[in-house]
Design a binder for this molecule. Structure first.
Ligand SMILES: Cc1cc2nc3c(=O)[nH]c(=O)nc-3n(C[C@H](O)[C@H](O)[C@H](O)COP(=O)(O)OP(=O)(O)OC[C@H]3O[C@@H](n4cnc5c(N)ncnc54)[C@H](O)[C@@H]3O)c2cc1C
Length: 493
């Protein structure tokens, strides 16, 4: 065979299907391709122990819809004006109802969440009652579904190369098909041959501040409560070989959380959680000292209704949680026993019971007067004083005419006073390379880039509204689609 100059002289690793990223989408892809008879390898950027991406620290719920017709209706309604092509909506609807059966066939134990119909995020949309949310085993959260996913890979002959980030796709310069991947391993570049196909399952751009500024509406910065390893690498690699992008402005966020340099991912504040009531007064303000939202509102994965549309909550950057001594002395500000999130499950930051360690670190600021606190935080003192006076009247009347808050209606009275700088935080991004109904990544003209597939949140189907558990549900659905089709390719050599 004539030597092709763009093909490496030697391949370090040889496989039929190369899966880039070991999260839920990587698992579904790898296991499916393996069961179809392909030799599969997984490249994973994180070191062993930190693999699993957002899938590992998610709430562990996945969607299994009950009716194909209703699922198609609901997805179409979720996309609203940001339509996705009918063929891809159709396969999503068909495949999403098979998640339980597939996992059960592999030894899984699907259990339905106990809080239906609350888990239906947009119950007024057509088809919404097809939503059924599941997790594996008797306990919700705490990585239990991920434990099943990881086991499915590890009990098969699927090598996982940890600390081996994919860097570049190797593309035939004339046929434009994808032949393999260049990856970094221990300071050297390795060439990984994909005789049939490469499947990108390496997540979104939650940790890429330049992509956040370019693609997410109105955000100068944002951090994540998920994995620190998703940096948009799959987007850059796919763009380099001619991929189109879609849904780049859609993301699951923002929430308001603490981000400190010492910890890679965000810490959520208990007082701001819609389901937690803690004694004490608190509000969130911008630099002008003004409130901008109902601090306890249960957003729909970050979106709030605005004049008949759903838009991401518009957060000042920075913003500040301001509270009194009653709240400070009531409970740890941070929920260290949370059932999901990278910080509690992987970083395991041990927040002090009385908040004293975090006060000493300077994460929490304290002052005897609100004016002094405002000066320390860099907030307009007049604005803050005015807002707190107004808030205290609202708390007394149990009525918030500006934002309609009804929870934790307590005044900020008991000194000293405290403040924490907050940042916008997200679960995950939804955008990435556009894919078709076969899971193939496509060019702007819609033609597929041969031997290149994707699954999961890297270019997910969700263009506008998001139904909780839809992401992992989609990882499973498109992981199977892309895994099947990748394994069915004829080898290029
Ligand atoms: C706190 C939290 C709670 C959530 N709860 C839910 C929920 O209950 N249900 C739900 O459906 N969704 C939930 N989500 C969203 C969901 O977790 C993700 O969208 C989904 O898990 C993404 O799966 P994935 O396989 O596409 O990516 P990930 O699971 O993020 O996996 C991507 C993997 O690729 C690796 N990687 C990155 N770059 C490279 C590279 N260059 N080379 C090789 N490897 C690379 C990463 O290290 C990672 O292991 C939640 C998210 C968070 C953060």
């Amino acid at each position: 065979m004539q030597r092709m100059p763009f093909v490496p002289d030697t391949w370090t690793v040889d496989a039929d299907v190369v899966v880039v990223g070991f999260g839920a989408a990587g698992v579904a892809t790898a296991v499916t391709a393996y069961e179809e008879g392909a030799r599969v390898v997984i490249l994973e950027k994180a070191p062993e122990g930190e693999e699993g991406g957002n899938s590992r620290v998610a709430g562990q719920g996945y969607l299994n819809t009950s009716s194909v017709d209703d699922a198609a209706l609901y997805l179409t309604a979720l996309c609203g004006p940001y339509t996705v092509p009918a063929p891809i909506a159709k396969v999503w609807a068909e495949e999403m109802g098979d998640n339980n059966a597939w996992l059960r066939s592999l030894g899984g134990d699907p259990q339905e969440h106990q809080h239906q119909p609350v888990g239906i995020e947009f119950p007024d949309l057509p088809g919404a009652y097809c939503v059924h949310k599941f997790h594996d085993g008797p306990t919700y959260g705490h990585s239990n579904t991920w434990k099943l996913f990881a086991r499915l890979v590890k009990e098969r002959l699927i090598p996982i190369f940890y600390e081996t980030p994919a860097k570049e796709l190797i593309q035939h310069d004339i046929r434009k098909e994808i032949l393999g991947v260049r990856a970094q391993q221990g300071g050297r570049s390795i060439a990984v041959k994909a005789r049939k196909a490469v499947v990108l399952t390496c997540g979104g751009f939650e940790n890429n501040q330049e992509m956040i500024r370019n693609f997410l509406p109105g955000l100068p910065y944002c951090y994540t409560s998920g994995t620190p390893y998703n940096e948009g690498d799959g987007i850059a690699m796919a763009m380099s070989v001619g991929a189109d992008l879609w849904h780049m402005n859609n993301y699951a966020g923002p929430s308001m959380a603490l981000k400190v340099p010492e910890i890679r991912t965000t810490l959520s504040m208990q007082a701001l959680h819609f389901s937690k009531e803690i004694p004490g007064g608190m509000i969130v303000v911008g630099r002008d000292g003004k409130r901008f939202t109902d601090e306890k509102y249960k957003t729909r994965h970050g979106k709030i209704p605005v004049h008949g549309r759903w838009l991401p909550l518009s957060t000042p950057c920075p913003m500040f949680l301001v509270f009194d001594h009653t709240l400070f002395s009531s409970a740890p500000l941070y929920d260290k026993n949370a059932s999901h999130g990278w910080t509690p499950l992987i970083e395991r930051y041990d927040w002090s019971e009385d908040n004293s360690a975090e006060l000493a670190k300077g994460w929490i600021k304290r002052a005897d007067t609100l004016e002094a606190l405002a000066v320390i935080l860099g907030i307009d003192p007049e604005g803050l004083l005015d807002t707190v006076r107004g808030w205290n009247r609202c708390a007394q009347a149990k009525h918030d005419p500006d934002f309609g808050r009804s929870l934790m209606m307590e005044p900020i009275l008991n000194k000293p006073f405290y403040g924490v700088e907050l940042s916008p935080s997200m679960l995950n991004t939804q955008g990435g390379p556009r894919r078709n109904e076969k899971g193939q990544i496509v060019r702007p003209d819609g033609t597929p880039i041969k031997r290149l597939y994707s699954a999961g949140e890297l270019g997910s189907i969700y263009s506008y509204l998001y139904q909780g558990t839809g992401n992992i549900g989609e990882c499973l659905a498109f992981g199977r689609i892309s895994g099947r089709n990748a394994a069915a390719e004829a080898p290029w050599d």
